[in-house]
Structure formats: structure tokens, C-alpha cells
Design a protein around this ligand. Structure first.
Ligand SMILES: Cc1ncc(COP(=O)(O)O)c(C=O)c1O
Length: 468
């Protein structure tokens, strides 16, 4: 059935879908990098759904671990019990997050948005506990995305996703995010030094908050909104230093970049920065179950658990002893079992290494090289990314970098052309100014082979040619 022959009846089903205007194939099975629909069509998952799947589809040991947990104990409420699987996996995650998180603690949720909400509330409670009740503002950047719930949307900068809900969200200071393909500064040195100018925007936002800044949340690499943009040299280090100096908690949102996707356990490791709180989801369970996590450093946990002797302008305090927050399903045993089995798989197959685009012979390296070949297409303005998180940005004019008119929805057209060819990608619009600008996000599972990457990029090239 083609789109044009579909009736309104076909598009209305009991499921409230993302769109009432387009049909969706019915997915029934997954294995490795492939998903099959009910009609037997096969799709190569070149975007890991939405940068979710990292270990491949249909891995039996994950569903076995989930089934075993469900057989033993499907659920208990965190106000009444903890579970072995949560305790063990929390420690494993702290170890995975590295030395800086030693002595910290993990709060498990059902996904990215819940984790961001949790991190924002944890930040606020931290400030109250240490005697800074005036600090309640959460700073963030334009063109960021931190989730769909109202708190997460308040700190997000994705114009299209938040515009309608603006009257319902609390607005705090947003400022510019580095995007060096269209740099906000007149760089003549290949953007080697603009990082400091971008970082100065944070300092100004903290000043504008007049002592009320509690935390700053950021994606180390832009996820979907700008499309895999990496920061200029020195930028994140400067940001981290400003937060430390101004006693503003540094919250790294690694929902998309975490758990190995960029070729490091967490993306912050590329720039050697140490967030106070790290948020992750997506790759944490690789999509096998709804799961997110907030990894809090010892400093943050201690402030609530025991208190501190004071310092840095804060009086000594005794911690209240309780985090005032909770979801019915936080630390759900079956989801946590899935996450634990996924991490074991990531480690046993050495998938973080496989994602490293700077090391020859890896999937990340093959992906980088294959995508770079698309630069010869007239409408491909930029190819950027790191690890197994890449974006291809389309432009109407390569010289001026002028975007296509948004109404053309070039990214969507390319996405649909890819789908018809059995290739899954993640199309987005708005990278230029929140409305104009088209790009595709590419984020395959780390088990993808060089041959599969080569075939996928050929399909992508054909889809781009067909659509532009
Ligand atoms: C960086 C980032 N933070 C938060 C979220 C929200 O996560 P979720 O969709 O699991 O609620 C996303 C989702 O794409 C994301 O990319």
C-alpha cells in the first residue's frame, strides 16, 4: 500500500501514534542490526532506533536474564525493598563511570526524561541541603534536548519540541551552544579558540541568575537537535571550571552519548571533565527494557546522606537523610536485569572499543570513513560526529550553507526514501535556527560490520539523490 492510497481509516488505530498522516510498518522481529516487519521486509537499523540499540537486536542472553528475573521476583516497591540486581548493577555502573564516581550512588528510572527530572530535583535538594535554598535555577543551552516531560522540556532548547508547551514550563536562562559548522563567532582559525567565547556565555548566565543558579545541564555532544556536534577545543573544560568556581552543579546528560556510544564509556571522558551528576538511558538497556540512570558523585550523595563540615561559603550541615523523590517503577527489577545483562554483553564483546572512530579496524572507524564519502554530494554540507554517533547535514547551497526551506522537509523525505530501501535513519529539522536546517542522525548498533556499513551508505546516497 502506498501512502497516497491510504485512507484516514487506515491511519486511525487504537494506538495514539506519533503521526496520523503517515503509515508505520508493523515490526515483528529483530536480530543483530536488522528488524523485520509483518510483511517480511528487512530493515537495517542504521540509527539504533533513536540511538538506543548498541548491542544489536534479539540477543538471547538479555531476554533470558529478564525472564529469569521476572520468574524470581517481578517487582517490589523501592519504599519497601531493595533488590540484589539493583545493588549489584549500581556498583557495576559506578565502576563503569570511573574513579570520579567512587563512593557515589545510582538512581534507576524508566528512561531519559525521568532521569533528567530526577537529576534536576537532586540538584535542587543538594543546594537546599548544603544551606543554599536560594539556588533553584537550572541553566541550559539553546538547541539542546533533555526530554519530553515538562521539567526536562523547561531545560531543553529544541524549539519545535517545546514551543507549544512554553506557557506551561518554568523558564530559566538558556544560552548558545557551540555549532562550529555555523559558528556564532567570526573564527578564522578553524574554531580552535571560540570555545572560550562560548563558555563565557555560561558565566554571563550565572551572573544573570543573581545567585540562584543551582545546576547547569548539557549534552557533551549534541544529540538529535543539532546532530552529533562535537564541542570546540577547551570548551567543556572551561564550562566545568566555571561551574566548579561558581558552585553550580555540573550535570552531564549522556542519555544518547552514554554507555559506549562515542567510543568511551561516557562521552565526558573525551574531554576529561568530571560532572557532579551524570544522566544516562538509551544504550543502558539497549532498548530491551525501559531503563535510565542518574549517577551521582559522592559529594552530592553525601550532602543528603550525612551532611558536611561546610566550606566554600557554606555552613556545616547534617544531611536530611532522604531524597524526596520517587517513581513507582524506579529500579524495576526486570529492567535493571536487562541493563545488567546488556553491560556484560558490552564488556564481553568489547563494544566500547568497537565504537571508537579514532581506531582503525573498528565499526566506528568504518562508519566515519563511509559517511565522509557523502561529502561529494551537492546537498551534503557537513558530516560530523564521533564514535557511532554521526550526522549528515543537508544544505540547498554548499557555498553559502543556506538551508533548504523547512516546508520541503528534506530530512523527512530522505528518511522515507531510506525506509523504502530498508534502511532506518533518524531525520531531524531545525539545526540552523530551531526551524530551518535538515539533518539525519546515524547511530547503528556497535555490532555492525564494515560491509553492512558500506551497503547502508550506498543506500543512503541513493536515497539522498532521489529526494533532493
Ligand atoms: C540527550 C537526551 N536527553 C534526554 C532524552 C529523553 O530521553 P527519553 O526519550 O528516554 O525520555 C533524550 C532523548 O532523545 C536525549 O537525547
Amino acid at each position: 500500500m502506498t501512502e497516497s492510497t491510504l485512507t484516514q481509516q487506515d491511519l486511525r488505530t487504537p494506538v495514539l501514534r506519533r503521526s496520523f498522516r503517515r503509515p508505520y510498518p508493523v515490526a515483528v522481529r529483530g536480530e543483530g542490526v536488522y528488524v523485520w516487519d509483518a510483511e517480511g521486509n528487512r530493515y537495517l537499523d542504521f540509527s539504533g532506533s533513536a540511538a538506543v540499540n548498541f548491542i544489536g537486536h534479539g540477543v538471547r542472553e538479555i531476554s533470558d536474564a529478564m525472564a529469569e528475573q521476572a520468574r524470581q521476583l517481578e517487582f517490589v516497591h523501592t519504599s519497601q525493598f531493595t533488590t540484589p540486581v539493583a545493588e549489584e548493577f549500581a556498583q557495576e555502573l559506578l565502576d563503569f563511570a570511573g574513579e570520579h564516581f567512587r563512593g557515589g550512588a545510582v538512581y534507576f528510572t524508566c528512561g531519559g526524561s525521568e532521569s533528567v527530572e530526577t537529576a534536576l530535583k537532586l540538584t535542587r535538594q543538594y543546594q537546599v541541603e548544603i544551606g543554599q535554598p536560594g539556588r533553584h535555577q537550572m541553566l541550559s543551552r539553546n538547541q539542546s534536548y533533555h526530554g519530553a516531560t515538562l521539567g526536562a522540556l523547561a531545560v531543553s532548547g529544541n524549539k519545535r519540541r517545546r514551543e507549544m508547551y512554553l506557557p506551561m514550563v518554568r523558564e530559566f536562562e538558556h544560552f548558545g551552544m557551540p555549532y562550529c559548522y555555523r559558528c556564532a563567532f567570526d573564527c578564522t582559525d578553524g574554531c580552535r579558540n571560540c570555545g572560550q567565547q562560548y563558555a563565557a556565555e555560561l558565566e554571563r548566565a550565572i551572573d544573570a541568575a543573581k545567585g540562584q543558579a543551582a545546576g547547569f545541564i548539557f549534552e557533551p555532544m549534541s544529540g538529535a537537535t543539532l546532530g552529533a556536534v562535537t564541542p570546540p577545543p577547551g570548551y567543556l573544560q572551561a564550562i566545568a571550571e566555571i561551574c566548579r568556581r561558581r558552585s553550580v552543579l555540573l550535570i552531564a546528560d549522556e542519555v544518547m552519548t552514554g554507555m559506549g556510544r562515542t567510543g568511551r564509556n561516557f562521552a565526558v571522558e573525551h574531554w576529561q571533565i568530571r560532572p557532579d551528576i551524570l544522566v544516562t538511558a538509551k544504550g543502558l538497556s539497549s532498548g530491551y527494557a525501559p531503563l535510565g540512570a542518574v549517577i551521582a558523585s559522592k559529594k552530592v550523595v553525601d550532602a543528603i546522606a550525612v551532611g558536611s563540615e561546610g566550606g566554600q561559603g557554606c555552613p556545616p550541615h547534617t544531611g536530611s537523610g532522604a531524597f524526596l523523590h520517587g517513581f513507582t517503577y524506579n529500579a524495576h527489577p526486570v529492567s535493571v536485569a536487562a541493563g545488567r545483562a546488556v553491560l556484560r554483553r558490552v564488556q564481553s564483546l568489547n563494544l566500547v572499543h568497537a565504537a571508537d572512530s579514532n581506531t582503525e579496524g573498528t565499526a566506528g572507524f568504518a562508519l566515519k570513513n563511509a559517511l565522509e564519502t557523502l561529502r561529494d554530494l551537492d546537498c551534503v554540507g557537513d558530516v560530523r560526529g564521533l564514535g557511532l554517533l554521526w550526522a549528515v547535514e543537508f544544505v540547498a547551497d554548499k557555498k553559502t550553507k543556506a538551508p533548504f526551506v523547512p516546508e520541503k522537509n528534506i530530512a523527512g523525505l530522505v528518511g522515507q526514501a531510506c525506509l523504502r530501501r530498508g534502511l532506518l535513519v533518524y531525520p531531524m529539522q531545525g539545526c540552523v535556527d530551531g526551524v530551518a536546517g535538515d539533518h539525519l542522525l546515524i547511530a547503528p548498533p556497535a555490532v555492525i560490520t564494515a560491509e553492512q556499513i558500506g551497503g547502508a551508505v550506498e543506500q543512503l546516497r541513493a536515497a539522498v539523490k532521489e529526494s533532493t
